[in-house]
Design a protein around this ligand. Structure first.
Ligand code: ADP
Length: 566
């Protein structure tokens, strides 16, 4: 009997709470039967009160949510957190942790839950408790593509109660899955690579695709250095090299390699052949220096969907320094510790200093966080906000250029929700504070080679897994899912949609797409939403190769003042 009442009380907590109910205090500590009954009454009364109030203001609230760009969302999560009873995290005295777990409940869809990824212990901080409710615990599984898993990935899975599986019962597949596995994915399974990820993840492909857009928008896409694929452009490059000023430098790289392997600087006299394995890029010879050292930025970018496009940039990242002072002397062009900023190259230098949280040494270490970097820029009187805005611009324009490729390679329409991808963008800043895109990495290194790496990457992975919204399946949710159908839509219909007729004009798929976008905005962690973002969605429209129904639908929603009642 006692057990039944307790479970009932848990159920009371999972009643659908509209967004405005987020200030609800949820009591999860139940010590006796009478206490638990009291709690039920308390909770339900409070819910009803809040619900009535929220019905009136629902429209208003939804408007608020979509207008939440990142900074706004941050404010909401910290402010609202204060209103949540911290006892929600304390273990119940009557129900063991084995039976229940906290999941993230959508404020838009009462029966949809996603898996909450609490921060692993090493981060010593707690994720926002907003929208977390208890559900009966289920076994959760991930699958690995056989490679040695990274600690930050394993820790994040473990903190969320996941176990490794070699069967097909996984929710998340980590690694490059076979075509067969991709074809058989169920709607609720996800994997961390788009089938088309190499269309930007290889240096030659990136140039091929970006240079096409650059032809249409030469100024706006001038952030990628001119590149020559030796297989096709050898003669043209040789003509250019002949006419270039005496001291001009280029950098020769293998088209499909990483970690600085096979890279070298070349000048007017260097020997060159039309080797299809290499490309040559203009060398950015005037990098911004800190303490006379060259550096580049590793920026983490997450794409959770391509149709509609959803792009997030992580607020922290790494700054990787060269380990010998910068010099353009011709006798120095072969010195990799001067010109290359790769960690894998510079860790071999006797001057390399790991960043292990010794604050006194920070400015001398060979790797910084973006936080440390921004502080340094501020000390130099440089407006880092402006700089990071232009980096966001580079990131978003690159993702927009990649969008048709990521989409074309999608195996079927049926699998449109199965993929996400974390890219590592390498960005060089020149002395005029212009960001240059050097390359986009698929599978950026997740090694925790220092405390700094471990901190940044663990939070990054945990935030990413939380944001992507792995569905926590209840039977009801599953029924809703399989009922869904996919429709071809006419993009011109969108113009006639407005606040009043929205519900009649869109179908279930459109609604889901909108809701997913809104839900992700509530699980951002340290990610910043670059697209769709109310502030810039109109500005970036022009760069898309094709207009797409769902991108346009979200744009129309913003245009109408985010007023549609979802
Ligand atoms: P890899 O994939 O092997 O790391 P990158 O393209 O990232 O190759 O280049 C390695 C390093 O070389 C970069 O971290 C940067 O320091 C330097 N580098 C690459 N391209 C340029 C360039 N166009 N101008 C100046 N430095 C460059």
């Amino acid at each position: 009997m006692q057990k039944r009442v307790q479970i009932q009380s848990r159920k009371a907590q999972t009643v659908y709470l509209p967004l405005a109910a987020s200030s609800l205090t949820i009591h999860s500590r139940i010590t006796s039967q009478s206490q638990s009954q009291n709690n039920i009454v308390k909770v339900v009364q409070k819910q009803l009160k809040v619900r009535n109030r929220s019905l009136k203001t629902r429209n208003q609230m939804q408007k608020e949510i979509l207008s939440q760009t990142d900074s706004c969302t941050q404010k909401v999560s910290t402010e609202r957190n204060l209103e949540i009873d911290s006892s929600i995290m304390e273990p119940s005295t009557t129900i063991t942790n084995k039976q229940f777990q906290l999941v993230w409940q959508s404020p838009y869809r009462p029966h949809i839950y996603t898996i909450n990824f609490p921060y692993p212990a090493l981060l010593q901080q707690q994720r926002s408790q907003q929208f977390l409710v208890e559900q009966i615990k289920k076994p959760l599984f991930y699958k690995l593509q056989g490679q040695v898993p990274f600690k930050c990935v394993l820790n994040s899975f473990e903190a969320a109660g996941f176990e490794r599986s070699d069967d097909d019962n996984w929710l998340l597949y980590w690694g490059l899955a076979s075509k067969e596995t991709l074809n058989e994915m169920k709607r609720y399974q996800k994997t961390n690579h788009f089938p088309g990820c190499w269309s930007v993840g290889r240096k030659d492909n990136l140039w091929i695709h970006l240079s096409k857009v650059k032809r249409r928008f030469p100024t706006e896409y001038s952030f990628i250095p001119n590149t020559y694929l030796l297989q096709y452009d050898f003669e043209r490059f040789e003509r250019i090299r002949e006419c270039a000023p005496k001291k001009t430098l280029w950098i020769k790289k293998p088209v499909a390699s990483a970690r600085g392997n096979g890279i070298k600087l070349i000048n007017k006299k260097s020997k060159l052949t039309a080797d299809k394995r290499y490309l040559v890029m203009d060398y950015i010879s005037n990098p911004h220096l800190i303490n006379n050292f060259k550096y580049d930025l590793r920026v983490y970018v997450l794409i959770t969907s391509t149709d509609p496009l959803r792009v997030y940039m992580y607020k922290d990242g790494l700054v990787r320094f060269a380990t010998q002072e910068y010099s353009l002397k011709s006798s120095d062009i072969k010195k990799r510790f001067i010109h290359l900023t790769n960690f894998s190259v510079n860790k071999q230098s006797p001057n390399f200093i790991a960043n292990n949280q010794d604050i006194g040494k920070q400015l001398k270490t060979s790797k910084w966080s973006h936080k440390e970097y921004k502080q340094q820029l501020m000390d130099q009187g440089i407006n880092h906000k402006l700089l990071f805005k232009s980096i966001q611009d580079v990131v978003l324009k690159t993702c927009i250029a990649a969008e048709p490729l990521l989409l074309e390679n999608r195996i079927t329409q049926e699998h449109k929700n199965n993929y996400f991808e974390l890219f590592g963008f390498d960005i060089l800043i020149d002395e005029k504070l212009k960001p240059w895109l050097l390359e986009v990495n698929v599978s950026p290194s997740l090694n925790s080679s220092s405390e700094l790496d471990a901190q940044i990457k663990t939070q990054l992975i945990s935030d990413m897994l939380h944001l992507i919204g792995l569905e926590y399946h209840t039977k009801k949710a599953f029924r809703i899912q399989i009922k869904k159908k996919l429709y071809e839509r006419n993009i011109n219909d969108i113009q006639s949609i407005n606040t009043r007729n929205f519900r009649q004009k869109v179908n279930q798929e459109d609604l889901d797409v909108m809701i997913q976008s809104l839900e992700e905005q509530l699980r951002l962690g340290q990610f910043k939403c670059l697209y769709p973002n109310k502030k810039n969605i109109f500005e970036y429209e022009q760069y898309f190769e094709y207009p797409r129904f769902h991108n346009k639908l979200i744009q129309k929603y913003f245009e109408d003042g985010s007023n549609w009642v979802i």
